[in-house]
Design a protein around this ligand. Structure first.
Ligand code: C2E
Ligand code: MG
Ligand code: MG
Ligand code: MG
Length: 283
């Protein structure tokens, strides 16, 4: 009986693996189609300038309007997209859409348009020799000024191969676009790359902001990072600001840019546009 039970368990296990494999293949195929079927959506999250109390920029964040499961957050499909290389196409779509949207906004409503839009790039892009050409193409076809585009790469991605990375990023900066280190502080503890890799913006990871209130040691750490960034001539953006107390602490530390649910959640690009260009809804 014990043996039968074991065999049954094995079959259950095997069936489940089979199911998971099918689900994965199915999801992979459907994600591949999603790009062509126009199921990707551009969401924007505002970045506020603390002193002015105004929107300074916006981060482009991808969503997948899956006809089967509804609106999907990046966590549920970016890992698969990265494994399969589909991320290149997805990021390129977002880049183009983000440039087009901001350019349109600037033309229609220059007074309310954010000064920049930032776009996330996965690691795979740094291995492609035509990255700079592609970014130049996105700017040329949409008419967006390079000064209005920020490319975000995570710290871990930057440190993969410092020589290759700095060469690629230098090419991009020569176009006039800015480079941001995303999720700063979550990679390795080596700060040496700040000396070698050309960047313009430092995005302090949300994990440093969570629990900031009431933790003096963490406040000292964050304050020191903000100063380090400013000393190096970087723009510092604090991510994941969820309440007024966190905002007050960051303001006192001299942090000039903040992003987080307290200031605005990611929302469909047209919705943010309407919210900021309709005075009655402003606030
Ligand atoms: P990220 O680039 O660090 O983006 C910030 C993430 O933090 C976003 O999650 C945003 O919704 C979330 N967030 C912002 N403020 C708060 C807050 O106050 N509290 C909390 N709890 N979360 C906050 P999202 O949109 O789910 O994106 C997650 C990650 O997926 C991004 O992290 C980025 O690494 C990746 N991602 C998103 N869009 C793209 C894309 O177009 N291309 C690539 N390659 N990656 C993307
Ligand atoms: Mg980002
Ligand atoms: Mg981030
Ligand atoms: Mg993050």
């Amino acid at each position: 009986a014990a043996k039968d039970l074991g065999k049954n368990r094995f079959m259950v296990f095997e069936n489940r693996m089979h199911e998971q494999l099918l689900t994965r293949l199915d999801q992979e195929n459907r994600l591949r189609e999603a790009v062509h079927r126009g199921e990707l959506r551009l969401h924007l999250q505002p970045v506020y300038a603390v002193q002015e109390g105004q929107v300074a920029g916006a981060e482009a964040l991808v969503r997948w309007q899956d006809p089967l499961r509804g609106l999907q957050q990046p966590g549920s499909f970016i890992p698969l997209a990265e494994e399969t290389g589909m991320i290149i196409e997805i990021d390129r779509w977002i880049l183009l859409e983000a440039c087009r949207t901001l350019r349109h906004w600037q033309v229609e409503n220059p007074w309310t348009a954010p000064a920049w839009v930032s776009v996330n790039l996965s690691a795979a892009h740094l291995d492609l020799p035509d990255l700079t050409d592609h970014v130049a193409y996105a700017l040329a076809t949409t008419g967006l000024s390079p000064r209005c585009l920020v490319l975000e790469l995570t710290e871990t991605v930057m440190m993969r191969d410092v020589a290759v990375t700095s060469a690629r990023l230098q090419e991009l900066r020569e176009l006039g676009v800015r480079i941001a280190i995303d999720d700063f502080g979550t990679g390795y503890s080596s700060l040496g790359y700040l000396r070698d890799i050309p960047v313009d913006v430092l995005k302090l990871d949300r994990s440093f902001i969570t629990g900031l209130v009431g933790n003096g040691r963490q406040q000292e750490l964050v304050s020191a990072i903000v100063q380090l960034g400013h000393t190096l001539g970087l723009r510092v953006v604090a991510e994941g600001v969820e309440d007024a107390e966190e905002l007050n602490l960051l303001t006192a530390m001299g942090c000039k840019f903040v992003q987080g649910y307290h200031l605005g959640r990611p929302e469909p690009a047209h919705q943010l546009y309407e919210r900021l260009t309709t005075p009655a809804l402003n606030g």
